[in-house]
Design a protein around this ligand. Structure first.
Ligand code: NAD
Length: 503
């Protein structure tokens, strides 16, 4: 089961978070900490039958939950937010242990969960539809938003808990139940979140059994959610490869999909850029989370007039950033998730060299059995094949440009469309970048990096990023169904479009 070192700490944290130790007494799923490569737990995986049974329970829970007034549903999410506040340090620690995030990013991830709970509580009193002018006299037309059903959530390893909350907090206030299939690389954090949800539900009193549940396992278990006829919506976060399978399967049974897939995010450093801001923005966006964010900065277009002032400073930042044990507070870059990620990074660097790139960094740092690397800065002669591909590791490709339209065209000339940024003090450039002729991404920023979105805005991207939107703005609408209602309060029956049909 769980043995020494990181494993002992994980066990203690799991206990404090109320995770049933019986859940960690399985055998088939081995959970390792990327900090040391140590095995921290063996879990029992859900089998397809058990997964289907959990979905049936969630459906029964939905039938009850949809009749609870939305502000009362919000009360459950408020209590969940309280549990997350109380357990913030422990849950963040588990994120660090299981996903390898540095301390402040682990805490930030849990803060994001608290923030979305607060947002959803307010939303629970704001699920409004429109009243629409009707062409018929003594009629009224309006739209009503109703709960949708079981919301399936499939999540990736790199945001092991926040992604659930972006979906679950909204789904729950919208009157849905949730079934979560977390990444097989980070199941412990999911069990911990479920335990906090159970505490909140106990305080709430009267939440239907099965309102929220977790399925442990890999893609086969995720596919049960994707294929189940009682799941009208699946929000799936992960690679574009995953989305290519999941998207068509959901479409095949006319279920809704929120797809949050791979990114290949760019930033433009314009001639007027505030270089102090740009260095900090680029450093965090490219090296933070060891390059394992969907919004990680991967492509940098630097105007040739500032290249000589900018690049040496960026290289110095790359050379000095502290890579190491993510539990130490001065570490900025923790480990890669596993060996496969490390090999993928080395392969990409080899390809970059073969395609004319000049690589600084990227070498392995031999530490405690984890896969630690120095972030790589790669000067490229152009946007070659390897640059157009998302490698989920800290590699930043740097290219020069002369003309803003050329830089925007290059930025958009990749299959993905998640996040983007420009550093400029020129108002015309900034507005052009944000215009319909500018960035084609779901997120476009000025004078900050592409990474680290706030929950108040809608989050997601275009093209191979999948087109889904989560979190703020009107993202909640994806979790509800809309009915258009027309009411005749007159004594005649005028037909729409002036149609006459006398019987
Ligand atoms: P992954 O695609 O390997 O796995 C993601 C999840 O999908 C896991 O839970 C996995 O078990 C499940 N899965 C895989 N195939 C499936 C299938 N056929 N049916 C159902 N479920 C399936 O991704 P990963 O390595 O965990 O995460 C890294 C990737 O996720 C990167 O590409 C990154 O850009 C992307 N990501 C995107 C966002 C976003 O919001 N756009 C956020 C985080 C991560």
């Amino acid at each position: 089961m769980i043995d020494g070192g990181v494993a002992a700490e994980a066990l203690a944290v799991l206990e404090r978070l109320g995770v049933d130790q019986g859940a960690c007494a399985g055998s088939t799923l081995v959970v390792q900490s990327p900090i040391t490569g140590e095995t921290i737990a063996h879990l029992a995986e859900s089998d397809p039958g058990a997964a289907a049974a959990a979905i049936d329970r969630a459906h029964a829970a939905f039938l009850q939950w949809r009749t609870v007034p939305a502000p009362r549903r919000g009360e459950l999410v408020r209590l969940l937010g309280e549990e997350l506040r109380a357990a913030k340090d422990d849950l963040a620690r588990l994120v660090t242990i299981e996903a390898g995030k540095i301390v402040s990013e682990g805490l930030g991830e849990v803060q994001e969960m608290i923030d979305i709970c607060d947002y959803a509580v307010g939303l629970s009193r704001q699920l409004f539809g429109l009243t629409i002018a009707t062409e018929r006299s003594e009629h009224r037309m309006m739209e009503t938003w109703h709960p949708l059903g079981v919301t399936g959530i499939v999540s990736a390893f790199n945001f092991p808990v926040a992604v659930w909350s972006w979906n679950a907090a909204l789904a729950l206030v919208c009157g849905n139940s949730v079934v979560w299939k977390p990444s097989e690389k980070t199941p412990l954090t999911a069990l911990a979140v479920q335990s906090l949800f159970d505490r909140a539900a106990a305080k709430f009193g009267g939440a239907p059994e099965g309102l929220s549940s977790v399925l442990i396992g890999g893609r086969e278990i995720g596919e049960v959610l994707v294929d189940h006829p009682k799941v009208p919506l699946v929000s799936a976060t992960g690679s574009t490869t995953m989305g290519r399978t999941v998207g068509p399967r959901l479409a095949g049974r006319f279920a809704r999909a929120i797809l949050e897939l791979g990114g290949n995010n760019a930033t433009i450093i314009a001639p007027s850029a505030d270089l102090d801001l740009a260095i900090r923005g680029v450093a965090f966006a490219a090296m933070g989370t060891a390059g394992q964010r969907c919004t990680t900065l991967r492509r940098l277009f630097v105007h040739s007039s500032v290249r000589d002032r900018f690049l040496p400073r960026l290289k110095a930042a790359y050379g000095s950033v502290r890579v190491g044990d993510p539990r130490e507070t001065d570490t900025l870059v923790g480990p890669l998730i596993d060996e496969t990620a490390y090999e993928g990074m080395q392969r990409a660097l080899e390809q970059a060299r073969a395609q004319g790139g000049s690589v600084t960094g990227g070498e392995r740092i031999d530490l405690a059995g984890g896969h630690y690397v120095r972030p790589a800065l790669v000067e490229m002669p152009g946007q070659t094949d390897v640059v157009r591909h998302e490698t989920f590791a800290p590699i930043l490709y740097v290219m020069a440009y002369e003309d803003l339209d050329e830089a925007i065209a290059l930025q958009n000339d990749v299959p993905q469309g998640l996040s983007s940024a420009i550093f400029t003090l020129d108002m015309r450039e900034a507005e052009r970048f944000l215009s319909s002729a500018g960035s084609d991404c779901g997120i476009a920023n000025v004078n900050l990096g592409p990474s680290g979105a706030e929950i108040g805005g809608a989050f997601g991207g275009e093209k191979e990023t999948g087109g889904g939107r989560e979190a703020g703005s009107d993202s909640w609408k994806a979790y509800m169904r809309r009915a258009t209602n027309t009411i005749n309060y007159g004594r005649t029956l005028p037909l729409a479009q002036g149609v006459s049909f006398e019987v």
